[in-house]
Design a binder for this molecule. Structure first.
Ligand SMILES: Cc1cc2nc3c(=O)[nH]c(=O)nc-3n(C[C@H](O)[C@H](O)[C@H](O)COP(=O)(O)OP(=O)(O)OC[C@H]3O[C@@H](n4cnc5c(N)ncnc54)[C@H](O)[C@@H]3O)c2cc1C
Length: 461
């Protein structure tokens, strides 16, 4: 029989390290999704949103990708209660121009309760990675605001999942990495905020202690995050810039809707401009950008604060043809200072620094999903250009420090974590494996979740 699915090598993850071939289907509704399931043959299945995951949780080599951008209908919006009902391929960028900013009954405006650092993710992808934002301490993660969802299983059944219905499957699907089935629709609770303008402050800090002090002093701020100069060593270890923001409490006219990115990286440069020399220059300039006062205050539209990277489309191409890894871990609050110091020392020693090194505290709300990444503590996220073995060896060394501290790694950002490291960080993984749909799989899951007898996935070169 001739396959109804076109093979594609076009579907990459954001880090662009893994290259593989998929069969692809782009259903525009339940009937087409069911038809794709029926015609899949022996192929395993995996949903694919906007491919903003960095590693291989959105890749399914030689399997069938169910691309969800055809599931793009906003089904209803309850303006009284702030409840959005939409198909799972709707993006957060779509919600920002359709429902965000609409008046709420308390005089405020409706806003996304949680958003990651890019608005170009789908609702399905945000659920499947249970994404968190700069407001995790007060708002928790995306799954905390999910009312219910409709899940299409590989046998063609559609299951409604909520806290009071199929609750186990609901907990498995939040942060479930697309492995419990295809999310068709979801209902999300928005929050009311006083305005779409953010009052924000950037503050330079001279060392890691400075970060922890500012994190403690910033309890009254909604959004907090810090950039770290990960090349700094000795007394400057952990120096950086702390950013905090909150919704402005005045009634000025709303800012213009976020604009599409004005600049695009149009092709893969044959040699990456991001090298040790430009990294050192960038880090020094960025660290000193606040001038002698080391502090800058302002009022900005929310998108300038929450999505600084969205201004440059396809910036991931700047890492060149070999791509890059992101490494994101979280470690518990007890001992976090010394663990983060050890991680930063290890990175600085190898001189394999990162342009985007982000440090942030996470709150103590219990996670909504069996495999949710966020937990109480401090999270560090870094981008490493892919230099092959030395980069993999560095990340292995970081794994040892994270595991010894009782921490874990973020699957949305990962493309190489070994099974034992994943399993140690996610003690509920076996319970999850029982609830997973047997026909759904991914490169990530084949590496970390399948039994020891499964052939090991090759490490990326
Ligand atoms: C610049 C940038 C900044 C980021 N910042 C953050 C951040 O601050 N916090 C954070 O938590 N994450 C962050 N991320 C990661 C990103 O939010 C997640 O990887 C998100 O899941 C990507 O969504 P997507 O729609 O692109 O899904 P994809 O990357 O395509 O897929 C992600 C997972 O979701 C599954 N999936 C997708 N759609 C469905 C569906 N309909 N049903 C079931 N499963 C589905 C896929 O199978 C896959 O396992 C960032 C990413 C980028 C590129």
């Amino acid at each position: 029989m001739v396959s109804p699915f076109a093979p594609s090598t076009r579907h990459l993850a954001w880090g662009r390290v893994h290259r593989c071939t998929h069969s692809v289907s782009r259903p525009r509704g339940v009937a087409e999704a069911r038809a794709a399931l029926a015609a899949r043959g022996h192929r395993s299945l995996l949903p694919y949103g906007l491919g903003r995951s960095y590693g291989d949780c959105c890749l399914n080599p030689d399997g069938l990708l169910l691309e969800t951008r055809g599931l793009d209908r906003l089904l209803s919006f309850d303006a009284e209660r702030g409840i959005v009902h939409c198909e799972a391929g709707v993006s957060l960028a779509d919600l920002l121009v359709t429902v965000v900013g609409r008046p709420a009954p308390d005089g405020g405006v409706w806003f996304l309760p949680v958003t990651p650092g890019t608005r170009f993710v789908t609702v399905g992808g945000a659920i499947a990675n249970d994404v968190h934002g700069k407001n995790h301490e007060t708002a928790g993660s995306f799954g905390h605001h999910l009312i219910d969802l409709l899940l299409l299983r590989s046998d063609g059944t559609i299951v409604r999942c909520a806290h009071d219905e199929n609750a186990d499957l609901f907990r498995a699907t939040i942060g479930g990495l697309g492995l419990t089935g295809l999310i068709l629709e979801a209902r999300l609770q928005l929050v009311s905020v006083p305005s779409l303008w953010l009052e924000n402050e950037d503050l330079r800090f001279e060392d890691l202690e400075g970060f922890f002090r500012l994190a403690e002093d910033s309890r009254g701020w909604t959004y907090t995050v810090a950039w770290i100069d990960c090349l700094a060593r000795g007394r400057s270890l952990g120096r950086g810039i702390f950013s905090r923001a909150r919704h402005l409490n005045d009634r000025r006219p709303p800012p213009p809707a976020p604009r599409p990115p004005r600049v695009t990286v149009p092709f893969d440069p044959p040699i990456s401009p991001l090298n040790p020399l430009t990294l050192r220059l960038f880090n020094t300039l960025f660290y000193h950008r606040l001038g002698r006062r080391g502090r800058r205050v302002g009022v900005m539209p929310f998108d300038r604060v929450l999505y600084p990277l969205d201004g440059l489309a396809e910036w991931n191409r700047l890492y060149g043809p070999r791509g890059f890894f992101q490494y994101q871990c979280v470690v518990p609050p007890d001992g976090a200072f010394s663990t983060i110091a050890r991680l930063l020392e290890t990175i600085a020693r190898t001189k394999q620094g990162s342009f985007l090194a982000v440090l942030k505290t996470l709150g103590d709300r219990p996670a909504p999903g069996l495999l949710s990444f966020p937990m109480h503590g401090v999270t560090l996220a870094l981008d490493f250009p892919n230099r092959g073995q030395p980069t993999l060896a560095l990340m292995d060394a970081l794994d040892d420090i994270v595991l010894a501290a009782g921490g874990r790694l973020y699957p949305a950002k990962d493309g190489r974590v070994p099974a034992q490291v994943f399993r140690a960080g996610y003690p509920l993984w076996k319970r999850f494996a029982e609830l997973k749909d047997p026909a759904f799989s991914s490169a990530f899951w084949r590496r970390v979740g399948e039994e020891e007898t499964a052939p090991a996935t090759e490490r990326p070169a």
